[in-house]
Ligand binder design. Structure first.
Ligand code: OAD
Length: 241
């Protein structure tokens, strides 16, 4: 199957589907200029995740962790949704049941208008108090290092799921429900290196969904999906509508 045929086959499946799920990763925001994690200039090629994105790292040196998130906030603040993000926002209006699950914390899906959205790993514009657990939006760029909670003065941390932390059970249940019932699952711009998102393709496939991967490069998932299309998310997704 050439690329045009592959796109056509996914488009047809989508046109008939009442229930659709989409999983996105850093690749969709790469077209906006947000660095990926494992690509050529990926963040985890230049930084050690265990120094910056674990609860232990934050306990050891919260200032260093906040400096890193502050830098990422500065980068993301200048970026805009791509035609890929916008096409997914449009897609949610076309299906009876729809869920966009993103591993991205950049908030670009929401900025594009997506509302049937589940931010699996949290959001870089949200902060959480390490003492009282209060969660609030904070869009300061730059933000003060070692920010404190408005109500209890406790130390705030990014409201992001770090390595070694468990995902919110309710959010995970919602994902599993969507994966079990969707007729089509699109997997966009993720390397499939991080669980549980890496298990979504086999789960949906076992439940009978048609699974399509859109990615610049092959991934460990490419072998088990029904159609794997190589290319930029920002160019491919609009063609599916
Ligand atoms: P990765 O950086 O691991 O993978 C990005 C994927 O996108 C790769 O497969 C690239 O080939 C592909 N890609 C790059 N540019 C693309 C483009 N323009 N169009 C389509 N695909 C493109 O990022 P994730 O899989 O999202 O966790 O990483 C998963 C998690 O690991 C992240 O959510 C993050 C990280 O640690 C947290 O922040 C908690």
């Amino acid at each position: 199957m050439d690329q045009a045929e592959a796109i056509h086959s996914v488009k047809n499946r989508l046109a008939q589907a009442r229930s659709v799920a989409v999983l996105t990763g850093a690749g969709i925001s790469a077209d906006s200029g947000v660095p990926t994690f494992r690509g050529t200039d990926g963040l985890w090629r230049n930084f050690r995740a265990e120094d910056l994105a674990t609860p232990e790292a934050f306990a050891r040196d919260p200032r260093l962790v906040w400096e890193w998130y502050n830098w990422r906030r500065e980068v993301i603040a200048t970026k805009h949704p791509t035609p890929g993000h916008l096409a997914l926002a449009e897609m949610e209006t076309r299906h009876e049941r729809f869920l966009l699950i993103t591993q991205n914390v950049d908030g670009l899906h929401r900025a594009a208008g997506s509302r049937k959205l589940l931010e699996l790993h949290g959001n870089i514009w949200m902060v959480r108090c390490t003492a009282c657990g209060a969660v609030e939006e904070n869009r300061d760029v730059p933000m003060v290092l070692l920010p404190s909670c408005r109500s209890c003065r406790g130390l705030l941390r990014p409201h992001i799921v770090w390595f070694g932390e468990t995902l919110d059970e309710k959010r995970l249940d919602q994902c599993m429900g969507a994966l079990a019932s969707c007729e089509v699952l699109l997997i966009v711009g993720t390397s499939g290196a991080v669980y549980p998102a890496a298990s979504f393709a086999p789960i949906a496939k076992a439940a009978g969904a048609f699974v399509a991967e859109l990615n610049l490069d092959p991934t460990p998932q490419s072998q088990l999906v029904d159609v794997a299309i190589r290319g930029r998310a920002g160019q491919l997704i609009p063609q599916l509508l």
